[in-house]
Design a protein around this ligand. Structure first.
Ligand code: GDP
Ligand code: IMO
Ligand code: MG
Length: 440
């Protein structure tokens, strides 16, 4: 003990990378537990920008144990690329460990993802086309290739052949793709296995040992609660569970190993890809927020859809994750807007009103956010380093959010840099806050 989970409380891209990187300073290990390289986490350290898709966000601290857990789906080419880039930029990657049980994204998963989206036409989900959904589907079908298979020349080829069998029809248009040739694929993935071998480990054991000896372990979520395959806006979701409960499954620990759960949330809302978005602003204000917040995807470069902060969805996320604290990011982006709104209920067809997040897809697709206006502020807050320095309307905004959601705010982010962060009194009393103070 202790274990601390960091999750996205919205539709992803909340700034989990920045918050994890910052908190990782006090942690002994950081563990990714779900998702794959659909994630894109941007970290700005001393003005230098780092983008990670698979490697946990703690990697910039020399020698930090950074674990890719069994719940992650790994595209080995992408992971190797990240390792090479880190090494080229003189970052020590020896702390990196990869679960032997994690599933591997194969070339056919990427093609099936693309083909699946094309087939859906207008109904497409807007996936990142990284093969995430098909890889998790094969895992559930018990046809997945795992990291340990890449180290086994005798069985890899057989496993690939077996896995390809049920996909034959869907892959027919790609028959001539050289990367789908069984022999080529086998050789390519055995090479990846050799390159990754030094990092492969029994990561569950590593996490147990760390917790057992009292180390502080951070579990880093990817995507966000509203993209959860069970609890999000299905089918417009990802194929894993980004909620906090999945940290246990995806790392191999039990619920009693988790002490705190932090939900990361922007001061407004964004979403990439298709699906319901009750507070979406398809107008000039939405464009303004996109430009001010630089809301373009880290993974695909797509413009993110923008809207006001959806407190109905955030309160739902607080319940699903049993959040102990909120980290509010990008508060600086709201500075200087003439008006600031938050959504506190939804309206639907026939004047229906909803205080709670509706489970029914038809209701959700027609839901519009009912907004209330909060006082705006004009001051640049990017240099504020304490709550007291924030303008009163910004403090009132935060108090309103915490009160409505029923979770205290531990941290406020006012810019992408590590130092552009405010610890609140709740944050200072948290496990990480106390560890940070003790380190000073
Ligand atoms: P993640 O996927 O949750 O890690 O988030 P992304 O990295 O995809 O997107 C968040 C973006 O916002 C990144 O470019 C961060 O550098 C940036 N960012 C994080 N926190 C803040 C903040 O408080 N203010 C501003 N202006 N940018 C931030
Ligand atoms: P991070 O970790 C935002 C979205 C995609 C699409 C849906 C399904 O950076 O917050 P997938 O490729 O997962 O099958 O796509 O999920 N999506 C994300 N949106 N941030 C992410 O990750 C996302 N990962 C997937 O845009 O709508
Ligand atoms: Mg992202």
């Amino acid at each position: 003990m202790p274990g601390i989970v960091i999750v996205g409380a919205q539709w992803g891209d909340e700034g989990k990378g920045k918050i994890t990187d910052l908190l990782a300073q006090q942690a002994d290990a950081v563990v990714r537990f779900q998702g794959g390289n659909n994630a894109g986490h941007t970290i700005v350290r001393d003005g230098t920008v780092w983008k990670f898709h698979l490697v946990p966000s703690g990697i910039l601290y020399p020698g930090k144990r950074c674990i890719v857990g069994n719940g992650v789906v790994i595209d080995p080419k992408v992971l190797i690329g990240e390792i090479h880039e880190l090494r080229a930029r003189r970052i020590d990657t020896r702390g990196l460990k990869i679960s032997a049980n994690a599933h591997v994204i194969m070339p056919y998963h990427r093609l099936l993802d693309t083909a699946g989206e094309a087939r859906l036409g207008k109904l497409q989900i807007g996936t990142t086309k990284r093969g995430i959904g098909p890889a998790y589907a094969d895992k559930a079908s018990r046809l997945g290739i795992r990291v340990q298979d890449l180290l086994d020349e005798k069985i890899l080829k057989k496993k690939i052949a077996t896995a390809l069998e049920p996909h034959k029809l869907a892959l027919r248009p790609y028959e001539r793709e050289p990367e789908l040739d069984l022999h080529t694929m086998n050789e390519e993935y055995l090479t990846y296995g050799r390159q990754l071998q030094e990092y492969v480990a029994d990561t569950t054991r590593l996490v147990w040992d760390a917790l057992e000896q009292g180390d502080l372990v951070l579990f880093e979520g990817a995507q966000g609660t509203m993209l959860d395959i069970d609890h999000g806006t299905y089918p417009f979701v990802t194929s894993s569970n980004p909620v906090a409960g999945a940290a246990c499954v995806g790392a191999g620990v039990g619920p009693r190993d988790i002490d705190e759960i932090w939900g990361v949330c922007k001061a407004y809302t964004t979403r990439v890809g298709a699906g319901p978005f009750p507070t979406e602003l398809a107008d000039e204000m939405g464009e303004r927020i996109r430009e001010r917040g630089n809301e373009y995807g880290t993974t695909t470069g797509r413009p993110r859809r923008t809207g006001w902060l959806d407190l109905v969805a955030l309160r739902y996320a607080a319940r699903l994750n049993t959040l102990s604290a909120l980290a509010i990011t990008k508060l600086d982006v709201l500075s200087g807007l003439d008006k600031v709104f938050v959504c506190t209920s939804y309206s639907g067809e026939d004047d229906a009103a909803f205080d709670e997040y509706p489970y029914h897809q038809s209701v959700l697709h027609h839901a519009r956010g009912e907004l209330i206006e909060l006082e705006a502020w004009s001051e640049d807050i990017s240099d504020c380093r304490s709550e007291e320095e924030l303008p009163a309307p910004a403090r009132d905004f935060l108090a309103f959010v915490a009160d409505f959601v029923g979770a205290p705010i531990a941290m406020i982010s006012v810019g992408p840099g590590r130092d552009q962060t405010i610890w609140t009194s709740t944050g200072a009393e948290s496990l990480l806050g106390r560890a940070a103070l003790a380190a000073e």
